[in-house]
Design a protein around this ligand. Structure first.
Ligand code: FPP
Length: 230
């Protein structure tokens, strides 16, 4: 059977979780509440990803550009991440989820870095779904770091750079979803997206449900992937 005829499910899905602010604005609520509802969506989508048998889920939680947001919003986001890890880590650990961070999270507050390191260590041996959270992540920065490492080891090739990306130990990216109607990649997984399918939905991130994820996966299964062939 030719590669394009093989209809398989997605192994690795990545999501640009966008629209928390607009969700709150529509309801005349503070932005912080939109982010709080965004965390609830993270929780249900991680559970859903496990139940749907995904090998890997990568979530764009904080970009290198997000530092430009007002200080209180950055601090809100950090607080939410901290509380999320503290409240959900045991469930992940028990469910076999392996937590992984992509991006330079060491620029975060020391207490958060310590908590993240502990959470990553606690789940490192898990063999279920890998949850990669992108923190202080920018794809151009990731590619530059990977190319620097690759150059120190030998000739630079597509393979040698791929092997040094933050996602090197994950399956290839199959499907990239962005919520809230924006149609751009915003410096997320630029290298990994080379052959990924893309889906853009109007749904705002706090409203994104497991049913939306299931529909996206069904749609993915029905797409014909050619990988540059015919
Ligand atoms: C985009 O909404 C969302 C973010 C910049 C942050 C995403 C973070 C979370 C969902 C919460 C923390 C994550 C974890 C993993 C616990 P926006 O503020 O850009 O929305 P807008 O474009 O409508 O203003």
């Amino acid at each position: 059977m030719a590669k394009k005829d093989v209809v398989v499910g997605a192994r690795h899905v990545a999501i640009i979780m966008d629209g928390n602010g607009r969700w709150a604005k529509k309801r005349h609520l503070p932005r912080a509440l939109g982010h709080q509802r965004g965390v609830e969506a993270v929780r249900r989508i991680v559970r859903g990803a496990r139940e749907l048998g995904l090998e890997a889920l990568t979530l764009y939680a904080f970009s290198t550009e997000n530092w430009r947001r007002p200080e209180d919003e950055v601090s809100d986001l950090m607080g939410l991440m901290k509380r999320f890890i503290m409240s959900d880590l045991d469930e992940f650990a028990a469910a076999g989820v392996r937590l992984k961070i992509i991006g330079d999270y060491r620029a975060f507050r020391p207490d958060l870095v310590e908590l993240i390191d502990g959470a990553v260590a606690k789940t490192a041996a898990n063999t279920g779904t890998t949850l990669a959270v992108a923190l202080n992540y920018g794809a151009q920065d990731e590619i530059a770091r990977a190319a620097t490492k690759a150059a120190a080891l030998g000739p630079i090739t597509a393979e040698s750079i791929s092997a040094q990306l933050d996602t090197a130990d994950m399956p290839p990216l199959d499907l990239l979803i962005r919520t809230s109607g924006e149609v751009r990649l915003s410096n997320f997984l630029l290298w990994q997206a080379a052959y990924a399918e893309m889906m853009f939905t109007e749904v705002l991130w706090p409203d994104f449900t497991v049913e939306h994820l299931r529909e996206a996966l069904d749609d993915f299964r029905n797409r014909e992937r050619r990988y540059g062939g015919r």
